[in-house]
Design a protein around this ligand. Structure first.
Ligand code: NDP
Length: 286
């Protein structure tokens, strides 16, 4: 029997509806409307679309959104000055600087300049450290979305073997820590892993975050496994493909996320959740 498809669009819509209703209660209780500021440097078309959708998502959830567009020629100092102004601005709850940044700007300097309490992307080392040590943190939106999907699908993680392919700071590593926090036994794979297919075959849960179209074949997948495909790879001709060969994997897996319509929609949904959370935490700290 082919795998059950995990409908990321529907789960994301449910998360967004939940956030919207929490936002309206929060606004009524506190008079504060959560506000996300997105900063876009340069004119990369994909980044423009992402940022626009993030802003639209905020408005739909009843929050404020402001977008600051800067030319690609902006200096690192100018960008850092903007971040520090936004840090000091009481009306701003979340700050998101869209990555990638032009080569002359040090991304990690910019990430580290954002106040950890406004770091709704969860990329600041303070938030990464808090996640690692099991403390409340802003968790990067894509891995948080993955966990939300697994919870929605009632996937039991305790004692299961989760294999994460990819060790980036924004997806692979935080996804692995989250799975570990749910008592899965976690293996993290990367480009130097020996015999990747054999390791992947041991995964009851597989998270693929590689960035290589259809690299993970159906024959690598453990029968009945839950497969989460984070990959978003543009094929020649424009079609979007995941990191997993979907048609093959579907014949073997128990559940699988499609691309598009899987993890992708969850990312913005969790960003809206984090923005509300930033406002709630600040209000509680007053
Ligand atoms: P990175 O390029 O930062 O990381 C890729 C990881 O894959 C690295 O750890 C790398 O290993 C590993 N890798 C590369 N080639 C191989 C290989 N042949 N075998 C095993 N491991 C390999 O990517 P991201 O984590 O940022 O993103 C991964 C994918 O997820 C991309 O397709 C991206 O577009 C997508 N994505 C989707 C999002 C969504 O909202 N759906 C959000 C974010 C990302 P090493 O460390 O050794 O180099």
């Amino acid at each position: 029997m082919p795998a059950q498809i995990i409908d990321g669009k529907a789960i994301a819509a449910a998360v967004r509806a939940r956030t919207k209703s929490r936002v309206s209660k929060f606004v009524l209780q506190t008079g504060i409307t959560p506000c996300l500021v997105t900063v876009l440097v340069g004119e990369d078309p994909a980044s423009q679309i992402y940022v626009r959708n993030k802003g639209k998502g905020c408005i739909e959830a009843g929050m404020f959104s402001r977008q600051v567009d800067l030319p690609a020629s902006v200096s690192e100092k100018e960008l850092l000055d903007l971040v520090s102004q936004l840090n000091a601005d009481e009306s701003v709850h979340g700050i998101l600087v869209q990555l990638p940044l032009p080569d002359h700007i040090d991304e990690s300097k910019v990430i580290e300049a954002i106040s950890p309490g406004k770091d709704v992307d969860g990329f600041h080392p303070v938030n990464a450290g808090r996640l690692l040590t099991g403390k409340p943190a802003f968790i990067p939106c894509t891995p948080l979305g993955i966990l939300e999907m697994l919870d929605h699908e009632k996937v039991h993680l305790k004692g299961k073997h989760a294999v994460v392919v990819g060790r980036s700071n924004i997806v692979g590593k935080p996804a692995a820590i989250l799975l570990l926090s749910r008592h899965a036994t976690v293996t993290i794979c990367h480009s130097r892993t020996t015999d990747l297919p054999a390791v992947v075959r041991t995964g009851d849960v597989l998270v693929a975050a590689v960035g290589k179209a259809e690299m993970i074949r159906g024959s690598w997948i453990k029968p009945g496994a839950v497969v989460v495909d984070v990959g978003m790879n543009r094929l020649p001709g424009g079609k979007l493909a995941g990191d997993v060969a979907f048609d093959e994997a579907r014949e073997v897996a128990g559940k699988i996320t499609p691309v598009p319509g899987g993890v992708g929609p969850m990312t913005i949904a969790m960003l809206l959740h984090n923005t509300l959370e930033a406002a709630v935490r600040r209000a509680a700290a007053k």
